[in-house]
Design a binder for this molecule. Structure first.
Ligand code: R5P
Length: 286
């Protein structure tokens, strides 16, 4: 078994290679002057079981994933397992308005063509797995996030009801109370949080979401918890995109700590997704 690292997921690839005790294929990835990508596998992979690791975010990495799949198949790989630490376009998982593309579906269909199996880390919604035409599985970084938060927090909060399952799972492991906040999205850039009855006064709180993108959702939640007297508030997520001024927003809102996994690598990547991926791979290998 060999790991094929995509340019967005080098750190996860290295962690996986250590945990699985297997080699990493040397890959030459370049961008031409016009922005098009180029991929070449520089090691022999014929008859090998390959694990390609690459995010489908931002857009250029989607093309790179196709190129990595093509190069792997063309070089005679025995099997290709595609691991996507952060599945970009997962949030458009259905038609919200007539005429919209279901981005998560078409991307899944296209990625399926040269994959024997696909693993997503904490996809935005579980039903996304059904869009793939190849066997698709998910794994979760919840356990690793819980280990990180353990002993640091008294309450785990979900920023909305939909995120409650994750909060519950983490709260169970950390042995904390858990609750959710009510979120009202006004438009693309504005989110309002309606206070819920949570007793956070004097408590250490972690708010856990799947994605922090612009930081709007999380900043509102942090601000609200601070207003309600929380002693310490941690803004935590699986996929930390932190676009534009997200970090400033979180800091201004009063976040005492910002934590994400390394699915999208940043200075806040304090939790590794590799153990969850390894667990799933071992499960699949039997
Ligand atoms: C929404 O359904 C997601 O779970 C996140 O709450 C959302 O994507 C966060 O986005 P932002 O950081 O832009 O508010």
């Amino acid at each position: 078994m060999l790991i094929v690292p995509g340019s967005a997921s080098k750190k996860v690839a290295e962690d996986l290679s250590k945990l699985l005790n297997c080699g990493i294929v040397k890959v030459n990835i370049k961008e031409f002057a016009d922005g098009e990508r180029y991929v070449r596998l520089e090691d022999e992979v014929k008859d090998e079981d390959l694990i390609i690791i690459q995010n489908t975010y931002p857009d250029g990495n989607i093309i790179e994933t196709f190129l990595l799949q093509d190069a792997s198949a063309d070089a005679g790989a025995n099997s290709i397992t595609l691991v996507i630490p952060y599945y970009g376009y997962g949030r458009q998982d259905r038609k919200f308005l007539d005429g919209e593309a279901v981005s998560a579906r078409i991307l899944a269909e296209l990625l399926s063509s040269l994959s024997d199996a696909i693993i997503l880390v904490d996809p935005h919604k579980q039903h996304i797995l059904n869009f793939f035409k190849a066997p698709a599985y998910s794994c979760s970084a919840n356990e690793e996030i819980a280990k990180y938060l353990s002993e640091k927090v008294d309450i785990i909060l979900a920023p909305d009801k939909g995120a409650m399952e994750r909060a519950k799972e983490i709260a169970k492991i950390t042995n904390c109370d858990c609750d959710f906040l009510e979120k009202k999205r006004i438009d693309d850039r504005t989110v309002e949080i309606e206070p819920k009855e949570v007793e956070v006064d004097g408590k250490r709180v972690a708010i856990v979401d799947d994605i922090i993108s612009t930081g709007g959702t999380m900043a509102k939640a942090v601000e609200e918890m601070k207003k309600q007297g929380a002693k310490w508030v941690c803004a935590a997520c699986v996929h930390g995109l932190f676009v534009k001024d997200a970090i400033k927003k979180l800091e201004r809102a009063g976040a005492d700590e910002i934590v994400s996994t390394d699915s999208v690598y940043s200075r806040f990547s304090k939790v590794s997704v590799a153990p969850a991926i390894v667990k799933k791979l071992k499960e699949l290998m039997g």
